[in-house]
Design a protein around this ligand. Sequence first.
Ligand code: HEC
Length: 145
Amino acid sequence: MYQRTSDAFHRRMRVAVVTLMLSTGLGQAMASDDDVAKGKALYETTCGGCHSVDEDRIGPHHRDIVGRPVASAPGFDYSTALKMLGGTWTPERLDEWLSGTQKMAPGSKMYLELDDPHQRQLIIAFLESVSMKAPAKGTVDTHGP
Ligand code: HEC
């Protein structure tokens, strides 16, 4: 078990490394492991009451949220306001969302205003770390094996 390494695991690790290089190379503020850890802690206290990475709770799950179309978790009962927003979640749009959900999508079922930009940045760094499909900001195509 410990001797055998799985190809899928390696492939995933490679994607993770590529994603990390892209986000550190091209991102405005580079997210260190430390930022991700701080973001995770903030996520747990600020968002964890309603969200989890892999399960829909009061809010939808967050796996692959960066790069995921808005209001697209299968079976989750979204508000019309969020469904009308359209497009895909990017770090920039998440920043706008967390700055004031009712400003971005008036009538949404999520009420939150996080005024501290640093806290938003840390939480978004964590969300990016659970998003393998985060689109590169440059032109590099990260799709496919
Ligand atoms: C009180 C509960 C609650 C809290 C706390 C909360 N959310 Fe939400 N969240 C929701 C609900 C409900 C929705 C669905 C909104 C809708 O349909 O209008 C949502 C939707 C979202 C979406 C859109 C998901 C999608 O599939 O399009 C994101 C992103 C999000 N939340 C991030 C966060 C983050 C990050 C935090 C912490 C900083 C947070 N939320 C805190 C309840 C919450």
